[in-house]
Write a protein that binds this ligand. Sequence first.
Ligand code: N01
Length: 546
Amino acid sequence: MSDQPDVLVVGAGFAGMYALHRLRSQRLNVKVLEAGGDVGGTWYWNRYPGARCDVPSLEYSYGFSPELEQEWDWPEVFSAQTDILRYANHVADRFDLRRDMQFNTRVVAIEYVEEAQRWRLTTEAGECLQAPFVVMATGCLSVPNKPRIDGAERFQGAVYHTATWPKEPVDLAGKRVGIIGTGSSGVQAIPELARQAGHLTVFQRSPVYTVPANRKPMRAAVQQEFRDHYREIRALQQANAGGVSAFRPFRNKPDDAVARGARALPRLLDLTQEQRHEVMAQYGLGALLGFRDIYSDAEANEIANELYRETVRGMIQDPAVAERLLPKDYGLGCKRQVLDRDFHATFNRDNVTLVDLAETPIESITERGIRTSAAQHDLDVLVYATGFDAMTGALLKANIRGRGGRPLADKWRYGPVTYLGLQMADFPNLFTVTGPGSPSVLCNMLVAIEQHVNWIADCIDHVHANGLGTIEPRPESEETWIAHVNEVAQGTMYTAPSCNSWYLGANIPGKPRIFMPYVGGYPRYREHCEREAAGGYPGFVLQQAL
Ligand code: N01
């Protein structure tokens, strides 16, 4: 094997880790470049108090190694960030991944050298590396969004972002803490920060629909039952729209004898109002997510929204605070569903204040805290929980230039254009893992990652086996695919005119409003990818090696 890498992988999160392992198995020389100090990606960076995953850990885990499946113990059904990061470290050790990883290395430019059929990557430190193939494993939610707020640089207190929370413990005892943002990160952090801080002020721009998360510890018998059925579970994942098996441990829960996932969910419209109230009284807010019609039928959606509001009103002691916490101008299912632990109850605490920025917007950040149109809020600590430049952010930030020096930013000026979220015309041999136009964030990320990496690895193998030099999509394949991505998103709550989500790029000023992930379901998507590979890549242009 030569010392020159065959493949440069950018990112050592779950995608980059598996890409290295899989490509190595094809005897390719692979090098992974990672901006962080170690493996883990999202789980390396997002260390804020309360951070955890909203997919069950037995599903949100690699399926490529039966041995790994059998040896790893998950302490909880939905894991905390610390446990997921421990798992990432275990995988890195077990498969000896770090020897081909270079940490603390941020890639700042990626250029195609046409005459050599190679990519040249430049790091922040000025190092240049070249390889014929590049795999961008840079994640969908990896570039933090820190909004520009007038006077932000003047603040004298400590400033944190949930997506770059320090490794060292942060002592908030007795401190006046302010947090901006009530998305998934804010909703998870707020109850923890309220417990730790002297006082917490929550600056909310949009109220959020959030339902209680499952907080069960893992029972050994349940874990064993999963272990006994892993092959079946992985097959179920492949057949599920969101890449989740919905496997139920039937031996250990006799009431759930038939896998619940296989049972058709009821329609909210088919229940009487009295029945709906009974369901809410018995099961709480989480029950709403079980009704399939709320995502596609505007009437069902508004009934669900109102049931949500009624239930939350009953949870908050101060009616004025309750009203501020209720979403009223968009519906359930527009944004990524948020799961919480004690979010609503936190607003009944004496040391928590809710500031509704819709009523009293932020005017500026001052030396002492945040000034809204109504008051000055003095703070010792300011936390941004303001999300990410999602899906396209990391790819655009890498300054990728394809054939003829064309910047990706130019190709994507009206929104991301890809074929299958895997490749772009004029960017030969450059692959994106879970890129825009693929199910990505709408799928169990580990399932989406493994499918993409396997496809990419097979594709590279095809190029080599046939003595070829490059592969890239035909422009017409991109056009047809993007039209399909848009078509399937139409009529869903995701693209309702009232919806402003990061799926649509609506959280970043000036970002084109395009629904970025593929909502047609993981199995349909996977079949499309498999047809391409089985047919010899008819939607792609394959060029001879120079
Ligand atoms: O980011 P977000 P997130 N002034 O964009 C507010 C995944 N994730 O990090 O809604 C004031 O959802 C913004 O307000 P608005 C998951 O996929 C998963 O929370 O734009 N406020 C919003 O309230 C998730 O969807 C997990 O009006 C401003 C918040 O900041 C995705 O990451 C945990 C503002 C941003 O919410 C992103 O979640 C965490 C401004 N200028 C994250 N700018 C789990 O697995 C923004 N905001 C559970």
